[in-house]
Design a protein around this ligand. Structure first.
Ligand code: ATP
Length: 249
């Protein structure tokens, strides 16, 4: 499968003398969903900021769809959509206007926009709110606008940061169903979350970060094995616990 995201030997952080990330190395291929997990402060958001191009590596590089941000900023940025943990919307734009803005930014054809927007508004139970200003939405509704905008853009790569916190159970189910669908269509998804049971159920592979390094990566068996769990049993949470504490519960 085609590589969509390549993070190579990334060392980076907020000040040149004190890197937060040390030699981060992983890739995402088309059609897979990868869970980025780690304790508070492990370096997940910092890794994501480097992928988004908001921070520049001290060493190493990041390529999306084969290009780095420096090589082709336009191609790089249009190859992914990012759903942040905290929704960022324009207060004075309506739900529909946000969707239209996203469609314009990602050059979604008009016909496809009409179809996708109608179906997303329906799925996320946002039809009654389509003309509401962002400032009049609840936190979960704002999160839904971010998610719908990303899904509408239909890029090769989705980067999703802790998506489940503000959503109601129907919203969570809609999001997970749609992630399965976009994956089936060949997109790659990097999802950071602390809800390990959901990550275990939905992700094909996992990247466990600890203190700015990758402690383990691979499928569940690989994570168990890195955690020293010999049998092919035990949850992702069990393996994670062992990896970050160095022992059994
Ligand atoms: N703006 C910042 N300036 C300086 N240091 C920061 C900044 N943001 C995060 N850090 C530091 O970088 C390290 C990694 O933090 P990061 O936000 O990447 O963790 P995380 O894995 O996303 O955690 P969480 O699960 O709490 O969101 C931490 O030591 C944190 O204190």
């Amino acid at each position: 499968m085609e590589t969509i995201l390549r993070v190579s030997q990334l060392t980076g952080g907020y000040t040149p003398r004190r890197p937060v990330l040390h030699g981060i190395d992983f890739e995402l291929r088309a059609g897979e969903m990868v869970g980025l997990i780690g304790l508070n402060g492990a370096g997940k958001s910092t890794t994501i900021k480097h992928i988004l191009g908001l921070m520049h590596p001290h060493e190493g590089d990041v390529k999306v769809a084969g290009v780095s941000l420096q090589e082709s900023p336009q191609q790089y940025r249009s190859a992914f959509a990012y759903v942040p943990e905290t929704p960022v919307l324009f207060d004075e734009l309506t739900v529909e206007e946000h969707l239209r803005l996203s469609a314009m930014a990602y050059q979604v054809p008009e016909e496809q926009y009409e179809q996708s927007a109608a179906s997303l508004l329906e799925q996320y139970q946002m039809v009654p709110k389509r003309k509401a200003f962002a400032s009049h939405l609840s936190k979960g509704m704002k999160q839904k606008v971010m998610i719908m905008s990303a899904l509408l853009a239909a890029p090769p790569l989705y980067i999703i940061d802790e998506p489940f916190l503000g959503l109601d159970p129907l919203g969570i189910r809609s999001l997970l169903d749609q992630l399965v669908e976009v994956k089936r269509r060949g997109a790659a998804i990097l999802m950071s979350s602390h809800i390990l049971s959901t990550v275990e159920t939905y992700c094909d592979r996992f990247i466990v970060m600890h203190q700015g390094r990758i402690a383990a990566q691979g499928d569940l068996d690989a994570i168990r094995s890195a955690a020293g769990m010999e049998q092919r049993s035990g949850s992702l949470e069990d393996a994670f616990y062992r990896l970050v504490t160095g022992g059994d519960r």
